[in-house]
Design a protein around this ligand. Sequence first.
Ligand SMILES: [Zn+2]
Ligand SMILES: [Zn+2]
Ligand SMILES: [Zn+2]
Length: 137
Amino acid sequence: MPEKAKELLKEHGLRKTFGRQQVLIYFRERSTAVSHGDLCKVFPEMDRAALYRIIQDFEEKGIVHKVPDDEVSVKYAFCASSCTAEEHHDHHLHFKCDACQETYCLPEQETPKIYLPEGFRANSTEVLVHGFCKACA
Ligand SMILES: [Zn+2]
Ligand SMILES: [Zn+2]
Ligand SMILES: [Zn+2]
């Protein structure tokens, strides 16, 4: 896994710092989204601002994508598809469990087309489905 993390950083044009490798491995091994606050708890030895910059770099380079959340401002999840610095391809729904608060990507569920009133223009569409995950149902 550490080798794969180094490769992925290289592919996305990021220098292989120890911090980035650790955070990348963490994202890869999870099936759910995490917030900046969550990461700070997982990596207490790392500086909060440094962790924030790592997330920003990852998002910018197509390694993680933003996931809407109703409680924290935003969460992030590992990009399953072939995202690049030019374009993210994570146009899918997300599911948040009301019991464990974990947020899952639903990559097979594409974001539905939204019909807006005349004169309105959408920049992005975020759909967050609430319910109970398999472990909590
Ligand atoms: Zn992406
Ligand atoms: Zn749950
Ligand atoms: Zn997602």
